[in-house]
Design a protein around this ligand. Sequence first.
Ligand code: SF4
Ligand code: SF4
Length: 126
Amino acid sequence: MTKRLYDCGNCPAYCCSYDHVEVTDADLARLARHLEVEPAVAERRFTKRGRGKGRHLRVLRHRKDKHFGTACRFLDPRTRQCGVYEARPSICRTYPGTGRCGFYDFLCAERRAQENPAYVPSFTRG
Ligand code: SF4
Ligand code: SF4
């Protein structure tokens, strides 16, 4: 098993600031069950049309975020935890897909440079 060299509990959740977190039909059905709403309601409330992989995608909606400008609407702005963890989309489950997370490496490098273990380098996308 690949050793995990990142700690999501020590990270402000950079990956949740991606504009295009895809929600497949299976993801939507899981989210709807978890939130106890009809899939059509979940789709309208929590997703929007986006683009990625050269095609149109159904993606998670965002809301304002203090670190990134915007981030996934399910990201708790205070705890930085996922509000639908058990029902999160497949892509969130598999990210980053290796033992290393580039965002976490970046975060650790910045914290070392600032000599501040709590430092959070912010950025806005776009
Ligand atoms: S950016 Fe990397 S370390 Fe941070 S929450 Fe996402 S996967 Fe975890
Ligand atoms: S569903 Fe959860 S893990 Fe996925 S982007 Fe949103 S807050 Fe992050």
